[in-house]
Design a protein around this ligand. Structure first.
Ligand SMILES: [Mg+2]
Length: 283
């Protein structure tokens, strides 16, 4: 493991359950990011949660104590945009079941957002449906989205997560749960799911930053999104036990989806990275 850690040039992090939970930053997060800087290892943040735009994420991370710029953040909105550009290149108008943050990121990529309140009379009519983690969900919006899916438009889900982690006494149904409801109503599954575990999300990072897969680690807390993507893309797959996954969950996990490395918390990873680099500065 030391030789793999010693080769790293970049570490990409999941956010919720990995660096923080809700509004609570884990104590080990900042020291690890500082250590990466000291070792000359770059880092970025890759999250499936597209309720916030990249600009809103940068502000949120700064507020809880992590230095971040828009360029360091990729959400499933970016993966959705890449999917649309690659596979549905003629499309310009989208019906979006999602937050203003998601619509902002799609609009920045030159997509027109169809008027949800116009129902079947939307003008221009949408050419594809994008469903995200809509924390502004209403029954009318659900009905309208189901209508356009039922009309046979391309149906893209931003990510498969069934619920969003929280430190509050509640359950937050996420995009996967919303799509399950729409599937039940319309008989259609999404044609594509853009975010993790879709390895296109990590491959875009490799291409943008000129990185080889074996020079990159991905750190996350979910086996079925984070670890599956990292393994499929050939990056070092590091599972942290600070979020969804318990060590006992690994017993039922198929070999192809097992993490390369499991840490109790990011402090353990920081120590391992230090030990893998001969002559690195302590601090
Ligand atoms: Mg997570």
């Amino acid at each position: 493991m030391n030789s793999r850690l010693a080769k790293l040039r970049h570490v990409a992090f999941d956010l919720d359950g990995t660096l923080y939970l809700g509004g609570r930053l884990f104590a080990d997060s900042r020291p690890l990011l500082d250590k990466l800087g000291c070792l000359g290892i770059g880092h970025t943040f890759l999250t499936n949660n597209c309720a916030r735009s990249r600009v809103q994420y940068a502000r949120h991370l700064q507020k809880i104590g992590i230095d971040a710029t828009r360029d360091m953040i990729r959400t499933s909105a970016d993966a959705t945009i890449r999917h649309l550009q690659t596979w549905l290149p003629g499309i310009t108008t989208l019906l979006v079941l999602g937050t203003e943050g998601l619509c902002d990121d799609l609009a920045l990529a030159d997509y027109q957002i169809a008027d949800m309140s116009a129902g079947a009379d939307a003008s221009p009519p949408p050419e594809a449906v994008v469903v995200g983690y809509d924390t502004t969900l209403t029954f009318d919006r659900l009905c309208n989205t189901a209508y356009w899916i039922g009309r046979g438009l391309p149906f893209i889900s931003t990510h498969p997560d069934r619920y969003c982690p929280t430190d509050q006494a509640t359950i937050l149904p996420d995009c996967g749960a919303i799509c399950a409801l729409l599937e039940s109503a319309t008989g259609r599954k999404p044609d594509a799911i853009a975010g993790k575990p879709n390895l296109a999300m990590l491959e875009a990072l490799f291409a943008e930053r000129n990185l080889q897969p074996n020079e990159v680690a991905f750190v996350g807390d979910r086996l079925y999104t984070d670890i599956r993507m990292a393994r499929a893309a050939g990056a070092l797959a590091i599972l942290t036990l600070t979020g969804e996954t318990k060590r006992s969950d690994l017993d039922d996990c198929p070999a192809s989806n097992q993490p390369d490395l499991v840490v109790e918390h990011l402090g353990e990873l920081r120590q391992m990275l230090e030990e893998s680099r001969v002559g690195c500065l302590r601090g």
